[in-house]
Design a protein. Sequence first.
Length: 354
Amino acid sequence: MKIDKIQHSKLDTVDPNNSAFGVNISDHMLICEYKDGEWGEPVIMPYGGLNYSPALMSIHYGQAIFEGMKAYKDKNHDVFLFRPERNFERFNKSAERMAMPQISREIFLEGLYALIDLDRDWIPTKQGTSLYIRPTMYASEEMFSARISNKYTFAIMTSPANSYYDKPLKIKIEDYYTRAVDGGVGFTKCAGNYGASFYPTLLANKAGFDQVIWTDSKEHKYFEESGTMNVMVRIGDILYTPPTSTTILSGVTRNSLISVAKHHNIDVREERISVDDVVRAYKEGTLKEIFGCGTAVVINRYSHVGYKDTIMELPQLTDEESYAAFLKKQLVGIQTNQLEDPFGWRLKIEKQLV
C-alpha cells in the first residue's frame, strides 16, 4: 500500500470536537481503482477532488454503494473501531446485488486501519462525538451505455462528527410512498435508495415532521425502516423490530442492540410490526417507545408519531425507564471503551505510522 502524507494538516482550521456531521473531511483518503478485471494498488493520499467527466457511468446508471462506520477515542486516547468485519461483509453484499466487483479484506480492512491510524488526531474526544467513516464504491467508466461498468473506484473518507440528531423526533408513518420492494435493492446501501427517499421526506418536513417511518410496498400495513435507520417499537416490556429482508437493511447497530438487549434480559422479538397494532397499543396505553437506530445516530427516540389524521404523543420516559436510553448507554459504552465488551466487538487500532 502506498501512503502519500499531506504536507500541512487542516486540523489547525477545524475543531474535531465541534464539527457538524459530515461537513469537514479529514486530511487523507484511501483510493483504489478497478480495471481490466482486477483491483490495483490502494493509495492513501491527501483528501481532494479526482478528475472525472460528467459521463461517469455511476451518475447515469446508479452503480454506487457505501457504508457507514465510526472510530472512537477513549480517555487514554486509544483508538477503536466497532465491528468493522460486519461493514466489510455488508459492503460486498451490496456490491454483489449491484453487479459490482468484490473488494478484498486486504484493501478494505487493512486500508481502513492504516487510514484511521494516519488520521487518528482527527478523532474527537468530547462525549457523543466520533470519527465518521465513509467507504464507497462507484462505477468510474466514462460512457453513455446502459450496462455494467468495466471500471470502478473504491474510496474511504473520514469526518469528525457530533450527534446526527440532537432532539427527539416527530415522525410520520408513510402510507403512500415506498422505500423498497421485495426482490429489489432495499437491503443494500446503494445511493439510489437514499435519493428516492428525499422527496417523501421533504413532503413530511413540510407537514411538520422530521422524518418518516417507511411501510411495506404492498399494503402499507407494516413498519419497515425509519428514515435512514432501522426501527424498534416497545409495547409494554417487549421490544419489537422488523426482521431483515430484501427490503430492510441488516443494520450493524440494529444487530448489536438486539444482542445487548438479550444480554440484559430484555425480551426482543424480530417480528413484523403492524401499524394497526401500534395504534391499538397507543390507545390502550401500552405503547411505550418508538425509536430509530443506526451508525450515525446510534439511537434516536421519537416524541410524536403521525398516522393519517392522528398524532400519537409518546410517553416522556426518564432515562431510567427508557429501553432506548439504557441500550444507547450500553452500546456507546462498549464502543468507546467505557464498559466491558462481552461480545468481542471492539477493535483497537494500534499506532504504527509516524
